[in-house]
Design a protein around this ligand. Structure first.
Ligand SMILES: C[S@@+](CC[C@H](N)C(=O)[O-])C[C@H]1O[C@@H](n2cnc3c(N)ncnc32)[C@H](O)[C@@H]1O
Length: 461
């Protein structure tokens, strides 16, 4: 018999439910009161809180408790090579298309949004290395996995899995790409090194945003995530995914989700067992149905023909500040170019601005973030340090320097940068926006920095 939670008769339960749905976007719980109440009741017992009103207060005051609740509410079902037909479509058509298009820049950026414990982004790393290793040698490849659940992200970073995560993986791939550690399997460093993970809430964090590292992707893969969201939330997300792709970039959603009508902005391409969406600015292209021939097995190397290329849409180039209209402030224009992943134009805009305002820390800061995206680590680090030198209180520059040093395994420097962030935020109330034009609050940044410091094994004191 299914247990009925006593919380259902608590008059504050509905407010609590509304808060949970607002924070996570998980409208899935709208008609699952009992499931939600059982999860909440466990957290309340853990915190020693007796009723929903007190627990609501606790959630609002303590972001750590919200994090713990979110960890229990989210559903992290995932495994390697889930829905193989989509990976076959990526391998046969999408990746060759992108590799050809990016041959000059030698860069590739992929975002796995709602990556849970990591099999999805790691599958992409395996696919890339095994199938296109020689072609991407010397490229700047980055695969970013994001999720709202910090516990999942910690496990994703570890990269160690039980046999159940391999239920759709060819045995040969498991043997070659993983090492046995006790009863588990650890992903090998050569694949792991392509992937990084970060916290990101799809329904609360604004994107595209270079400052959040969410901009200019060649592929976005977001599967089995929006099924939990309301149709309104999904209708809001799809155009934002569109804007977060570069021109010609591809969006991969879970099969059978959501309504095709939402993808009008995209070119729809049908593959055997999969439908993918390509960003095609300003062009009306008739959808190309793919022939329904089965793909050869993944482990057999093949040289598929790239899809015919569509000429790039004409887009306005960066207008130098001197001729830009007064209503279009250059820094905002620069930020917009960076958010759209138009790296080369954004860098040209930075150089233009720095000719006039060599000491503007914001330009150095944005330039450093762009250089990070294009794989210029040295330029990124010196740009961030220069921004901080010019403005010691540039909290986001300290934060990004911390992230940068953490990635370089310079733990001591990273801790120092994160401590600087906490010091600068010390007297800021939770809801204060940390930087002009951003949506990040002091509370959110403190929480994120706290998480990174935990990972670095540092005390926040
Ligand atoms: C079922 S898993 C899908 C994992 C993977 N994409 C796959 O298909 O195998 C759904 C993931 O979405 C995440 N999620 C739910 N709400 C989210 C939100 N608002 N922002 C980001 N991730 C979210 C959950 O934490 C969970 O890890």
């Amino acid at each position: 018999m299914i247990e009925t939670s006593p919380l259902l008769s608590d008059s504050y339960f509905s407010r609590l439910k509304a808060l949970v749905i607002e924070v996570t976007g998980m409208a899935f719980y709208a008609d699952k009161d009992n499931d939600l109440a059982l999860i909440v009741a466990d957290r309340m017992t853990e915190c020693g809180v007796k009723d929903c009103a007190l627990y609501l207060e606790r959630l609002q005051a303590d972001s750590g408790e919200m994090e713990a609740l979110v960890a229990e509410l989210t559903i992290g079902e995932t495994y390697f090579f889930r829905h193989m037909e989509q990976f076959q479509a990526l391998r046969q058509v999408v990746l060759p298309d992108i590799l050809e298009r990016n041959a000059e820049t030698r860069r590739l950026r992929i975002w796995s949004a709602g990556c849970a414990t990591g099999p999805e982004p790691y599958t992409l790393a395996i696919l890339l290395k095994r199938e296109f290793g020689a072609r991407i040698d010397g490229w700047h490849v980055s695969i970013l996995g994001t999720d709202i659940n910090q516990k999942f992200l910690t496990r994703a970073r570890e990269g160690r899995y039980d046999h159940w995560a391999f239920r759709a993986t060819p045995e040969e791939i498991r043997q070659q790409c993983f090492e046995a550690v006790g009863k588990q399997w650890q992903i090998k460093a050569e694949y792991k090194s392509l992937v990084s993970f970060q916290y990101h809430n799809l329904t609360q964090n604004r994107f595209p945003s270079i400052v959040d590292n969410i901009a200019g992707f060649d592929i976005i893969i977001c599967r089995n995530v929006v099924i939990y969201f309301s149709p309104e939330t999904v209708a809001d997300l799809v155009p934002r995914f569109h804007d977060t792709l570069v021109e010609g970039g591809w969006l991969v959603m879970g099969h059978a989700e959501p309504s095709m009508d939402l993808f009008r902005q995209f070119r729809t391409v049908t593959f055997p067992g999969a439908v993918l969406f390509q960003r095609q600015d300003g062009l009306q292209v008739v959808p190309t149905p793919r022939p329904a021939v089965p793909f050869p097995p993944l482990t057999v190397p093949s040289r598929p023909k790239p899809m015919p290329r569509t000429p790039p849409a004409v887009r306005p180039a960066f207008v130098p500040a001197s001729v830009a209209p007064a209503v279009d402030p250059p820094l905002e224009q620069l930020r917009a170019l960076a958010d759209q992943g138009r790296w080369d134009e954004a860098l040209a805009a930075c150089d233009q601005l720095l000719k006039r305002e060599a000491l503007d820390w914001r330009v150095h800061y944005l330039r450093a973030l762009i250089l990070d995206q294009v794989g210029d680590a040295e330029g990124c680090e010196s740009g961030l340090r220069r921004a901080i030198y010019l403005e010691r209180r540039a909290v986001m520059a300290h934060y990004h320097l911390g992230l940068f040093l953490q990635r370089k395994d310079e733990a001591e420097g990273a801790r120092r940068s994160f401590r600087n962030v906490l010091t600068l935020l010390a007297d800021k109330p939770e809801d204060t926006i940390v930087d002009e034009g951003e949506t990040l609050t002091a509370g959110q940044l403190r929480e994120t920095v706290g998480m990174h410091m935990k990972l670095l094994g540092a005390s926040q004191a």
